[in-house]
Design a binder for this molecule. Structure first.
Ligand code: FES
Length: 526
């Protein structure tokens, strides 16, 4: 079982995958490349570099895959979330072709790694179906079909409906040769293969400072130093970048449910609608490790995974219950589902132009690389990062380098850039408002709230025993005011998506340290 991280919810994968052994960095180390972050991007990059003969050290402040990789729904797709029409508008026809080719290559690379390393992770090739919401014109599908063809995906076709009964989707696009897998089983197996190839992985090791140069140095919170020829920061949101990248992407929370259904009741495929935010659907065989008893005489069970209900991190609508909304959407279309057994959330970084940032970190030494901005396609973008960063570090040409360059300026995305940054500016208005409640006495056990204290604000959490834990509500990244996320029991910053645990510890960048203030629990203070 994977450890709880990034909140209290637990994904299907966390319930069914054994965790890789953990080991912290206890002494200074040296390597060709130091990689910070042991999610799919970091581990894939380390694995591919190790296969090319490079010595690598991977650091993560939690477990392997303990960040967003264990919270994905793991669609492996070249049907880009932002749609080819939009990618073509933003990046031109050549850019759209490269985007299609790179995501296709990422799925192929995952498949070849699985073959090379004999990984058992439920990988399967399947079709993906894109349909418009009920009552909407399918004209969008015709334009998307033409754009996908122009991008080189000649196998995409329009069909009268997706193969779902009784859910009548209406016209849809079929994307062939998509795939799905269990992301944690895959990642832990690749991490094991990396170790067999000589790579070293240190968990529970927080990278406090990252400095490029010759050599690059990564200093850990416990005072150890890794020196390397190059550093890759693969921490979902780069913790070594104060502002440049964070004006070009925005953090969103997304939600998923896993409902039990009789095996085979829904054809195994990927399904997406075109709503904004859209719904994404897949089917996963329920493995015995999940520990869920099957009804006697049943022929097995699947899990129907449905995701959606995205909103900006730290900006959830009051009273909105994303899980309840997902469940009602699902029950209407898939009446055969039984109990909803899994509910979890994850964080997605949406770039202003729909594609990840992978390459040299802008305004930094040339031997510091980043991967961020998964744009809802973290599994393929993370694998693209492994391929592309390996080439860049080895000094090889790569045709995707310009498309994914973190320094790129996409003029056609100016409107979205302005909107996202206006939204961030508005969040600083929290400094002028009152608190969530007037007094700590109003905070129930297991809950948190922001309270105004003079000119500043405090993040207060009352634990189940009634003790109050108090920290500054000011985000150490750039001074936003954090919000309480009751579903995950975390403090979330609405500006650039930093997240903190209930006791103020850092969970997700761009902040790289926890909320300040000494946490002295005070029993029964009111
Ligand atoms: Fe930037 Fe909080 S994440 S201010």
């Amino acid at each position: 079982m994977q450890q709880e991280n990034l909140g209290q919810s637990s994904s299907l994968w966390m319930a069914t995958t054994a965790e890789l052994n953990r080991s912290t960095l206890a002494e200074d180390a040296r390597a060709d490349v130091c990689i910070v972050g042991a999610g799919i991007a970091g581990i894939t990059t380390a694995y591919l570099l190790a296969k090319q003969g490079k010595s690598v050290v991977v650091l993560d402040d939690g477990a392997v895959g303990g960040g967003q990789t264990q919270r994905t729904t793991a669609h492996l797709s070249n049907a880009l979330d932002d749609r080819y029409l939009e990618i073509e508008r933003l990046h031109g026809s050549e850019g759209a072709k490269l985007a299609a080719a790179s995501h296709t290559a990422a799925i192929d690379r995952i498949e070849s790694i699985i073959g090379d390393e004999q990984v058992a992770c439920d990988f399967v090739r399947l079709d993906g179906y894109l349909f418009v919401p009920l009552g909407e014109s399918p004209e969008l599908l015709d334009r998307e079909l033409a754009a996908a063809h122009r991008a080189g995906l000649s196998g995409v076709e329009r069909l009268p409906r997706a193969p779902l009964v009784p859910f009548e989707t209406g016209p849809c696009l079929r994307f062939p040769r998509q795939a799905q897998f269990d992301p944690l089983k895959y990642l832990t197996a690749v991490a094991g293969a990396l170790q067999r190839a000589g790579g070293r992985i240190f968990t529970d090791t927080h990278a406090e400072t990252i400095q490029g140069g010759k050599p690059a140095r990564v200093k850990t919170a416990s005072g150890r130093t890794v020196t390397a020829e190059a550093v890759v920061v693969a921490t979902n949101s780069p913790v070594n970048d104060l502002l440049a990248m964070h004006t070009k992407q925005a953090a969103y929370m997304t939600y998923a449910i896993g409902a039990i259904l009789p095996r085979g009741a829904v054809p195994t495929a990927l399904y997406w609608d075109t709503l904004d935010p859209y719904h994404y659907v897949r089917i996963q065989p329920l493995s015995p490790e999940a520990g869920l008893a099957e009804p006697s005489g049943s022929e097995g069970q699947d899990v129907l995974i449905v995701g959606g209900e995205d909103h900006k991190t730290g900006q959830a609508e009051v009273q909105a219950d994303p899980y309840a909304r997902l469940e009602s959407w699902t029950r209407l279309r898939f009446p055969m589902i039984r109990e909803v057994k899994f509910r979890w959330s994850g964080q997605v970084l949406e770039t202003i132009d729909g594609l990840a940032f992978i390459g040299r970190n802008p305004l930094d030494a040339p031997n510091v690389f980043i991967v961020t901005g998964d744009s809802g396609m973290g599994m393929t973008h993370g694998t693209i990062a492994g391929i592309l960063l390996t080439d860049l570090i080895l000094g090889r040409e790569n045709p995707w380098a310009k498309l994914y360059d973190p320094s790129r300026k996409t003029l056609q995305a100016l409107g979205r850039f302005l909107n996202e940054n206006l939204n961030v500016a508005v969040q600083y208005g929290d400094w002028l408002t009152g608190g969530d409640v007037d007094s700590p006495a109003q905070i129930k056990p297991g809950a948190g709230a922001v309270i105004r204290r003079g000119l500043t604000k405090m993040a207060m959490y009352r634990d189940e025993q009634g003790a109050l834990h108090e920290h500054s509500a000011v985000c150490p990244h750039l001074g936003g005011i954090v919000h309480w996320n009751d579903a995950e029991k975390t403090w979330d910053c609405p500006c650039h998506g930093s997240r903190f645990d209930r006791l103020g510890g850092i969970l997700n960048g761009p902040a790289n340290r926890g909320l300040s203030g000494v946490d002295i629990p005070t029993s029964n203070i009111v």
